[in-house]
Write a protein of this length. Sequence first.
Lengths: 146, 146
Amino acid sequence: MAQRIEGRATWLVSRAQRRGHRILYEAFAAAGSRPYRYRLLAELAESGPMSQARVGELAGIDPSDVSTTLAELEAAGLTARAPDPADGRRKVVALTAAGRAELQRLDAVVDDVQRRFLAPLGDAEQRTFLELLARTGRDAAPDAAP
Amino acid sequence: MAQRIEGRATWLVSRAQRRGHRILYEAFAAAGSRPYRYRLLAELAESGPMSQARVGELAGIDPSDVSTTLAELEAAGLTARAPDPADGRRKVVALTAAGRAELQRLDAVVDDVQRRFLAPLGDAEQRTFLELLARTGRDAAPDAAP
DNA sequence: CTCATTTCAGTTGCACTGAAATAA
DNA sequence: CTTATTTCAGTGAAACTGAAATGA
C-alpha cells in the first residue's frame, strides 16, 4: 500500500473492519447463519413480537431485506409471522422456541469472535479501543436548535 | 440495535468504518473520483511505472478490477499503458502529468476527510486510536516455523 | 507443457431504489 | 386521496471467481 495511504485513519479502520468482518462472517458461515439473521433474532428476543417494519427499523435493516431474511428464518422454523388483527397491512413476527435456542447458540459464536478479534490488545487497551471506536462512529451532532 | 450487539467490537468497528467510508466516498464523488482510482494513482506515483499485475498487488486490488479501473484512468488521460518490450504479456502503466496533478488534488481531499473523520477525538486520543487500529487490523501472526 | 498476464463475464453479500399490491 | 406495510425485481460499489486469449 502507498505510503500516503498506509497511515490514514480511514484506511486503518477499513482494514480493521475487514479483519473483523472476515472473522465474524466465517464464524457465522461455519454455524450455518448470517449477520442479518442474528440481528433480527436478537431484536425479537429483546423487544418481543412486533411488525416487520418495526424490527427492521430497530435492527437497521432495509424493509425489503427484512422481508427476504424473515422468509429464510421462517423456512428454518426460527420465527413465525401472523397477520396483525389490528392492522391488516402488518405481519407480526415472533421468535419460536427453536429461534430462541438458535440465538443462544449464535451468542456463543459471537462471543468467541470478539475474543479473537481483540486478541492483539491487552485488557485496558481493549476498553480504550471500544470507547474511542464508539465516539468515532457516532453520527456527528447536528447543529443545536436555536 | 439490540443490547447484545451494541457494545460489540465488531459492531463498533463496522459503524466507525461506515461513517469513515461515507465521508470519504462522498468527498471522492464530489471531486469526481473514487478510492480505487486514488489508490492506483498513489501507487504509481510512489513506485514509478510498472506492470498492471504489480500495481494491483501493491495496491491490494484484484487484477480484474485493476484492468477496468486503469481503463477509466486512461480514458481520463491520467495514466498511459504501453506493451512491455521485455515481456509481451505485460502492459507497463505510468502516470501522466495530468495524473500527477490529479493525485495532488485528491491528496488534499483525503487530508480533509481524515480531519473530519477524527474530529470527535482530541489530539492524543487520535494517536492512541490509530495505534490500536493498526494493531487490531494487522493479520494475526501465522504459527511460528519449527 | 506449464505458468503469468490481461481481459471479460459473472457472482456474492450488503445496502439500497422503485414499483406493485394491499389496507389504514 | 394519501400514507403505511409488505414483497419482488433490480441497481451499485467492493471484492472476488472462472475462463479465455496471449505469450514467457
